[in-house]
Design a protein around this ligand. Sequence first.
Ligand code: KG4
Ligand code: ZN
Length: 340
Amino acid sequence: MPILTIESTCDETAAAVIANDGTVLGQCVATQEALHERFGGVVPEVAARAHLERILPVIDTALSQSGIAAGQLDAVAVADRPGLAGSLLVGLVCAKTLAVAWKKPLVAVNHLHAHLYACQMAVTESVYPCVGLVVSGGHTSLYHCTSPLDLAYLGGTIDDAAGEAFDKVAAMLGLGFPGGPAVSKWANRGDRNAYSFPRSMVHDDNFDFSFSGLKTAVRYAIVGPGHQDFPKLDVPEKTKADLCASFEAAVIDVLVAKCERAVAKCRCRRLIVGGGVAANGYLREQLQTSAVENDYTLTVAPMKLCTDNAIMGAIALEKIRRGEFASLDLDVTPGLQRGF
Ligand code: KG4
Ligand code: ZN
């Protein structure tokens, strides 16, 4: 029997109906990009209120697309961690309410594990064991994955996520929100060696990342060293392209280096990569080169499953197979600590 999956961890309200063989029967994503654009980042309170308005219509759309009635569902699944507390709460309360009203079991999924499961959904063979990189607006983490649900945290960012750095650099240059796709477009026209931005922690013998110093380095390259104020500057097009290209190269050099280190340390022959930043063309290209040079297989999430969606909530089917259901007193786990 099919399941309903709900995703509301950050700023996309999403639902999907998925058959027990993984076939997607219906799905809907309502993005909040336009609401957050003028702030240059996601405003948690605005996000939570927008989820509240959208969640029922989004679920209705996914269900009617699938032609499945509520009574025919096997379970209601929801991402309960990590994410913005208010956003998570809307999804969880909605999922619990529907589970009670429809007399269905509740399944809780980890949003980061779901991002990686999107890679398994792209191929027919098992991707496990492997190293998994989640690289998104809120997270940059490496795992040793022995199954879809067995993931050992290797390391992650000690400050900003890679996607957050893309968004903030885009905001500095007035490129709009979300910044990743815009920065990437400008980067393709620029010189990746024009600025020598820091590759923080790249030589450290661990699996951690740091992107906040890089953000500051880009800021100083625009306004001058030591300047805290940020006047609206008319940055020439060539400079904009070079800044984006050099910034993108700095982020991706570190991501690729740490992935190579993790693959070697875990003696894995495969790397899987999910999350919004996995949509980045230069990252995909550089990882593919690394995979050939270091003799591992690269599986990146399909483009439409990189940014937040409810299809990757199909990981709930793996939990159901293991008999792992959630109780109705479940609370959200925003997870401000590292190591999810
Ligand atoms: O996975 P996601 O939708 O949300 C979180 O779980 O955080 O990721 C959104 C992030 C944003 O920071 C966005 O700028 C980034 O993914 N992103 C990209 C690209 N497309 C989206 N970053 C770099 N290059 C892209 N093409
Ligand atoms: Zn995400």
